[in-house]
Ligand binder design. Structure first.
Ligand code: PGA
Length: 268
């Protein structure tokens, strides 16, 4: 399995910026040995879908969203459902990002319900976990991440899928997001090995088939070393994903995961 390099555009750019960025990523994606995903703001999704589809040989860049509601429909002012995302051509959805957990008070139970909603309609969720600065300073980082994994991932999260899409977990230390600070490679290795153990404990052998992304201040200058750490299955990139050349430079640092991530087969 290849590494997944996902761009989280957050709440940046107007429609024309999103289209230009999507086109630049699409046009530069040829020859990149990684799975690529861009996650624009909801409102830009249709324009980005059209831009990605307009490539000369079709697009190899997948389209994701940054959230979805846990219900399929209903009286939920301002929200967007998972079936609406599928209808718009979305295949992946980021869930439980620390900015959602903090700014929208999303607790693990809500993240789990959203993840279930995504799985029900065939979206591949990328579920984010990660400790705050204070929690790491108190030596609680693995405990916190362990609770988040147990609380946020529903049954069936690790089940092999026929469509080739795979669910992912993103380890994003809150203190590394948008700060330019990153954990040491040893800290990343320790946490990713812990997450792998937890996934296997929760889901059995299927836990080996889940990519574990690293996120938080990934940039071209540190991508190669971060992506080389065992059990790092890709990157969730914020700021650096807003410049196509930086995002593609990160993608060019990706490697094949070989036996590190193996999906148990046979299908069905
Ligand atoms: P950053 O954000 O790359 O700007 O640190 C990562 C994220 O929040 O997903």
């Amino acid at each position: 399995m290849r590494q997944l390099i996902a761009g989280n555009w957050k709440m940046h750019g107007l429609s024309a910026d999103a289209v230009a960025l999507a086109r630049a990523v699409r046009d530069g994606a040829g020859g990149v040995d990684a799975d690529l995903l861009v996650c624009p703001p909801f409102l830009h999704i249709p324009a980005v879908a059209a831009a990605l589809a307009g490539g000369p040989e079709g697009s190899t860049v997948a389209l994701g969203a940054q959230d979805c509601h846990q219900a399929a429909q209903g009286a939920h002012t301002g929200d967007v459902s998972a079936p609406m995302l599928v209808d718009a051509g979305v295949t992946h959805v980021i869930l439980g990002h620390s900015e959602r957990r903090q700014n929208h008070h999303e607790i693990d139970e809500v993240v789990r319900e959203k993840t279930e909603a995504a799985l029900r309609c065939g979206l591949a969720p990328i579920v984010c976990v990660g400790e705050t600065d204070a929690q790491r300073n108190a030596g609680q980082e693995t405990e916190v991440v362990g609770w988040q994994l147990a609380g946020s991932l529903p049954q069936g999260f690790a089940d092999p899928r026929k469509d080739g899409l795979s669910c992912a977990v993103a380890y994003e230390p809150v203190w590394a997001i948008g700060t330019g600070r990153t954990p040491t490679l040893e800290e990343v290795a320790t946490m990713h090995a812990f997450i792998r153990e937890e996934l296997v404990r929760q889901f059995g052998a299927a836990g080996h088939g889940i990519r574990i992304l690293y996120g938080g201040s990934v940039k071209p200058a540190n991508a190669k070393e971060l992506l080389a750490v065992p059990h790092v299955g890709g990157a969730l990139v914020g700021g650096a994903s807003l410049k196509a050349e930086d995002f593609l430079a990160i993608a060019r640092a990706a490697r094949d995961l070989g036996d590190e991530v193996r999906t148990p087969g046979p299908w069905g």
